[in-house]
Design a protein around this ligand. Structure first.
Ligand code: AMP
Ligand code: MG
Length: 569
């Protein structure tokens, strides 16, 4: 264990208020109100935040810490983290949304905890909890193809680690919680609109079955935050918000890159060993090829993640290496977008002038990012391992294509193997591209329509996406080929096919217009649509009355076409 004297002092402080810093939450029982009665139906859930076990030790102990304690913007060296406290908002804060499932099933907290003042303090960065040593992570990254040097958590605080009743280790992070040494020219804050989007989308992705960070809570303040939303000189006052988000690990490709770039190889090895030990249990620590195995896993899992994104029409928007998780989960939601009409050139981020992160380029960008990871690992590899690592990278395309095919075959309800499957998928995507058919609803309506209806080319009016698709002159040709292929499914029936397909083709996704509508209302302190969307997106494959009433499975409204999302957040 590495304990500089000042850090030991910091930890002592964490158990009692220190000069100029917020008092730790629940430092004594006196600060807490009487414990809430435990939930009888879930006796294992904790209703009292003060009794909740939480710690930063597993991140603080293994690494040397930034030796400077003051919170000012600087170039940091020889550490993985800086200890820095969240900056509480100056004004009133309100808890406006909570993910019950994340609270209960990830954090073992009873939902009633959300009513307590301690919880509001906790999730708004107003106070740290006993055992928490808030950290900002030092990382770098390639942004839009170029090395950007030190980036780091400029507005996020890793407030600790929780190991839940399932034995899972989760890292808790506040986003929008104030300046850190890595804030560069930023104010350390996140505005309400981007926080609503991250909160909703990370949970929506979880329920779509896509590896992702989670969101527990959304807090809004009355603090002014100034943003030039579209970088056109129109600076406007917005409100600061904080999302409490969770990931098994927040380490990114950029976490290793910065250490390689600054020649801190000893520390890089330490970080890599830590990540492997904590998060890659199948890799033996005494295996001299462990970095190679690590690279191999990250390569295949990144391919898997991007194929999954493509399977739901998700474009991340800012696929920089600092936004690519080493655990291959979706992190750092910014100007993301789910495409409406199928378009391989769909770019969700209006600030992305080069269209680098268009949806159809994400797989290539994944390869670019993995290549940057390999460059960062190379100083730790011998010549034989370097050569093998290059071969692993060459296998990325194959991993991606086979996963993509597998997912799209499932979307079409295809069983078994057929050499024309890729052609059938590509043919459909081409028809969708030509007719601008809606990506999500084309697949969903193919899941709902009967083989009989398809055979007769009878597309009921409510199948609006299929109606669009059917305008293509080659539609009937594709349908014939599809029906023929379905007839090769062994032991299948039309009912079974439709059940399989509706289980993988969502009816509801977080379309831009839906997020925008929720944001507009939230700006007027009406969080009803945030909550409605959250509830609906928890069951995206199931038709729901409230969602149908809200028009969430209908053709996107005309104004959706003019919506713009930028990097400003
Ligand atoms: P992002 O594009 O949100 O992934 O952020 C890229 C980098 O900019 C990261 O290092 C962030 O911490 C930092 N950053 C973004 N917005 C802010 C902000 N408002 N204040 C401080 N740092 C920020
Ligand atoms: Mg980021």
């Amino acid at each position: 264990m590495w304990w500089p004297a000042w850090l030991a002092a910091g930890l002592t402080w964490a158990c009692g208020a220190g000069a100029g810093r917020p008092a730790p939450l629940c430092a004594s029982r006196g600060l807490c109100r009487a414990p809430l009665s435990p939930n009888a139906s879930h006796p294992q859930l904790e209703a009292d935040l003060c009794a909740w076990a939480f710690s930063s030790e597993s991140l603080v102990d293994p690494f040397p810490m930034d030796v400077i304690q003051e919170n000012y913007i600087r170039n940091v060296r020889n550490c993985i983290f800086s200890i820095v406290y969240p900056t509480p908002f100056q004004s009133r804060v309100r808890l406006v949304a909570v993910s019950k499932e994340a609270l209960e099933n990830v954090l073992d907290l009873d939902i009633s905890v959300k009513e307590t003042p301690e919880f509001l303090q906790f999730v708004s960065g107003g106070n740290v909890i006993i055992g928490s040593v808030p950290l900002a992570h030092r990382y770098g990254g390639h942004q839009f193809g170029s090395w950007a040097g030190q980036l780091g958590d400029g507005r996020a605080h890793l407030i600790g680690v929780y190991t839940n009743r399932h034995g899972e280790r989760w890292e808790l992070q506040l986003k929008g919680s104030g300046k850190t040494p890595y804030s560069r020219s930023g104010d350390g804050r996140a505005v309400l609109r981007s926080s609503v989007r991250e909160y909703l989308c990370s949970e929506a992705m979880h329920y779509l079955g896509i590896p992702t960070s989670r969101a527990v809570s959304l807090v809004v303040s009355d603090d002014d935050v100034w943003r030039d939303q579209f970088y056109n000189g129109n600076v406007k006052k917005e409100r600061g918000a904080i999302v409490l988000r969770l990931a098994k690990s927040w380490f990114r490709i950029g976490s290793l890159e910065i250490l390689a770039h600054s020649g801190e190889l000893h520390l890089q090895r330490r970080l890599l060993d830590f990540i492997i030990q904590e998060h890659f249990p199948s890799i033996a620590m005494n295996n001299s090829d462990r970095y190679l195995e690590f690279f191999s896993t990250v390569t295949s899992e990144t391919a898997n993640l991007i194929a999954l994104w493509m399977s739901v029409g998700f474009a991340h928007g800012v696929c920089n290496t600092d936004n690519f998780s080493l655990l291959s989960i979706t992190i750092d939601y910014g100007p993301f977008g789910f495409m409406d009409s199928y378009d391989p050139d769909f770019v969700p981020n209006t600030s992305d002038d080069e269209r680098r992160y268009r949806i159809g380029n994400q797989a290539n960008v994944g390869l670019f990012n993995l290549n940057k990871l390999l460059q960062a690992l190379k100083p730790l590899l011998d010549p034989r391992q370097k050569q093998l690592a290059s071969q692993i990278l060459e296998g990325y395309a194959e991993h991606y294509h086979s996963r993509f095919t597998e997912l799209f075959k499932a979307k079409l309800g295809l069983l078994g193997e057929n050499e024309d499957d890729n052609y059938l998928i590509a043919f459909l995507l081409k028809l969708m591209e030509d007719t601008k058919a809606d990506f999500t609803m084309t697949f969903r309506q193919l899941s709902d329509i009967t083989e009989e209806q398809l055979k007769e080319l009878h597309i009921p009016e409510e199948f609006w996406a299929l109606q669009d698709l059917s305008k293509h002159k080659l539609f009937s040709e594709w349908v014939t080929m599809y029906l023929l292929r379905l007839s090769c499914n062994k032991g299948d029936s039309d009912t079974k096919r439709r059940a399989r397909m509706t289980a993988v083709n969502p009816r509801y996704i977080l379309r831009n217009w839906m997020a925008e509508s929720a944001v507009q209302k939230a700006n007027w302190n009406d969080f009803s649509e945030v909550r409605l969307l959250q509830q609906i997106l928890e069951d995206p494959f199931q038709s729901q009355q409230a969602a149908e009433k809200a028009g969430y499975s209908l053709r996107p409204p005309a104004w959706a076409k003019d919506l713009k999302v930028s990097c400003s957040s």
